[in-house]
Design a protein. Structure first.
Length: 64
């Protein structure tokens, strides 16, 4: 059971990391979004994730 779960997580991680690079290399527009469980300014987890998303947007190459 553990090896199957590890294999599934590994495949999912590879898909998540490879697909954005393929989209950028193909010249297609890349969309970034997130679902937060609370308001973006809750001074907790949601705000930390929101701030991290904004950081990623600044560091990714612009597709405009």
């Amino acid at each position: 059971m553990g090896k199957k779960c590890f294999g599934a997580v590994l495949i999912l991680a590879l898909i998540c990391f490879v697909m954005p690079y393929r989209a950028w290399s193909a010249g297609k527009e890349f969309h970034f979004g997130m679902l937060l469980v609370g308001p973006y300014n809750d001074q907790g987890w949601s705000q930390a994730h929101y701030d991290a998303g904004r950081y990623v947007e600044k560091k990714c190459p612009a597709q405009r």
